[in-house]
Design a protein around this ligand. Structure first.
Ligand code: HEM
Ligand code: SF4
Ligand code: SF4
Length: 528
């Protein structure tokens, strides 16, 4: 039986997922899936990181790392060279705030959608240290300015560190005497501020290492819009230094950056012990999360040597780099697909890409090159044929959908067949032609919006296959007006139902107006 902790975690996660979906659907209405920032948080984070690196390189060129020069060299940027250095400084600051914000949202979203265990364990576990790198670099960045805020943050951080039993004498003493800060201090701070982003970049390389066709950058419109907002902020509220640090005075009122320096007020209202419990507790919890009980793993893709011709399409389409090509054991000069069980997401996209997955084959039992044991292509054909045999009415439809998107099963009716797949990317386009040739009037293919596919690329590949841009593509002679693609996420069942109804009505009018039989007249096909 599930423990109460496990079930309350599941319901908290479920609520968070519903909240994300609602906000995403709302933003989709204004921006569309491709430009919806919530659907591309990882890519946005990478983009902000490049802004940070580019602006940081310029700031570094003017930085004087001596104790006398550090404050004035940064101040010079904002006062004398406000039109370039000042703007770049502000961009650096706003991009760092935006970076930590999208990083935390990305983490929350991956958790809310349950993307932290199984084949995603690697991406999750490599993501956790990135949070440390980002915050250490961010806090250190404020110290470089060496103003009152830097002094406050340095003292507050060392007080926190002093609480840990790692230093023999309290490090905070270094900040209590006016002559205790040396040039070496700034060299160390700058080293940390630069080393951490390098670790971050290295960590990010590992983070996306097992993913193919990574979403490296958001759409051009999103990049321009976010850059423009940073520029506007830089002009109306430029990043400026506080008064210079003065160790003879205790820092008075300070303007905090709540995105990066929130840890200091948190220490003030709680205690160093509570803050460390929060920091280490959260880190341990994040690392432990993938190992808590979660739904059983689904069977992985299985290759059938006799039906694999080594075309590599499954290798090209797999979103998780799980398919490699090896020497075929029985066909000299040919290759064979090999699935890595640790990487396979059980998405079925490879089955949709295999040329052997065509229902037109006359085998009694359809065996394809790469298949999913939980929903083999042969079963898909059986499901389709069973439903086709029962279809009646004047305008017959088949709806192919996805277990992760809007539920299609409820759409099944006398004149509508509905088949749900593991992922829409599992649908070989030949199934569409097969259904139309069996006397169906129209086909609806539905799946998640751009950036919303649970298996990253399922819907993207489906659309390219249907648009003749990707193999295996829908044959050119299949009439496109008999096909409707509907993007509908898990919570958009009503939207899907309305689109299906509208398509059915349009097809009915079209058929009556042209007084013609379906473009594809009924043809004898195999019924296995
Ligand atoms: C430092 C900031 C981070 C950046 C820039 C970043 C970036 C990315 C990118 C670009 C992807 C690939 C998205 C795609 O192409 O579909 C990704 C995937 C992922 N990230 Fe992050 N990430 C960051 C931090 C984190 C953190 C802190 C976590 C959680 C601990 C995390 C968890 C994941 C997971 C689980 C995936 C895999 C998603 C999937 O397989 O569908 N990331 N990240
Ligand atoms: S089921 Fe998905 S993850 Fe596994 S090999 Fe096929 S395409 Fe790759
Ligand atoms: S797509 Fe099918 S035929 Fe091509 S390599 Fe993969 S399993 Fe073999």
């Amino acid at each position: 039986m599930e423990s109460p902790n496990v079930s309350s975690h599941a319901s908290l996660r479920g609520n968070a997922q519903t909240l994300f979906e609602r906000i995403e659907n709302f933003l989709d209405a204004s921006f569309g899936g491709a430009d919806n920032p919530l659907r591309h948080l990882g890519a946005l984070g990478l983009y902000f990181l490049w802004i940070l690196v580019a602006t940081g390189l310029y700031l570094y060129t003017v930085l004087d790392t001596s104790i006398e020069g550090v404050y004035s060299s940064i101040g010079w940027l904002s006062q004398e060279q406000w039109y370039l250095g000042g703007i770049l400084r502000s961009l650096h600051r706003y991009a760092s705030d935006a970076f930590v914000l999208v990083m935390m949202l990305h983490l929350l979203r991956e958790w809310a959608f349950g993307r932290y265990y199984g084949f995603r364990l690697y991406s999750w576990v490599t993501g956790v240290p990135l949070i440390w790198f980002a915050y250490i670099s961010g806090i250190g960045g404020y110290w470089i300015v060496w103003d009152r805020l830097a002094q406050f943050s340095a003292i507050a951080t060392t007080e926190l560190l002093d609480w840990l039993p790692i230093f023999s004498s309290p490090a905070v003493r270094n900040f209590l005497a006016p002559d205790s800060i040396s040039d070496r201090f700034f060299t160390v701070v700058i080293f940390i501020h630069i080393a951490m982003p390098l670790m971050l970049i290295l960590g990010l390389w590992a983070h996306v290492n097992r993913i193919s066709r990574v979403d490296y950058l958001p759409s051009r419109r999103v990049m321009l819009a976010t850059l423009a907002s940073f520029l506007v902020l830089a002009l109306i509220k430029p990043a400026l230094s506080d008064a210079p640090a003065n160790l003879a005075l205790a820092p008075a009122e300070i303007r905090l950056d709540w995105f990066i320096l929130f840890i200091h007020p948190l220490t003030n209202i709680t205690s160093p012990a509570a803050v460390w419990a929060f920091v280490f507790g959260t880190t341990i919890l994040l690392f432990a999360l993938p190992f808590l009980p979660h739904p059983k793993a689904q069977p992985i893709a299985v290759v059938d040597a006799a039906n694999c011709n080594g075309c590599s399409r499954c290798h090209a389409d797999c979103p998780y780099e799980a398919v490699t090509m090896a020497i075929h054991p029985h066909k000299p000069g040919h290759k064979i697909a090999v699935v890595d069980p640790d990487l396979c997401a059980s998405c079925g996209i490879c089955a949709g890409s295999c040329p052997s997955s065509t229902p037109f084959r006359s085998q009694q039992r359809l065996v394809t090159g790469i298949d999913m044991p939980q929903q083999p292509v042969d079963v898909m054909r059986q499901q389709l044929e069973a439903q086709l045999a029962k279809l009646g009415g004047t305008t017959k439809l088949v709806v192919f959908g996805c277990d992760k998107g809007a539920d299609v099963r409820g759409l099944a009716a006398t004149d509508t067949a509905a088949i749900s797949l593991i992922c829409t990317g599992m649908l070989p386009p030949s199934f569409i032609e097969y259904a139309l040739r069996s006397g169906v009037d129209g086909i609806v293919v539905t799946g998640c919006r751009e950036g919303g596919c649970d298996f990253r690329l399922g819907m993207a590949w489906t659309q390219e296959r249907l648009a003749h841009q990707r193999e295996p593509h829908l044959r050119g002679l299949v009439p496109q007006d008999r096909l409707r693609v509907v993007h509908a996420s898990r919570s958009e069942g009503e939207k899907l139902a309305a689109a299906v109804k509208e398509f059915k009505a349009r097809l009915a009018t079209q058929l009556v107006a042209s007084n013609r039989p379906p473009a594809y007249s009924r043809r004898k096909i195999h019924h296995g």
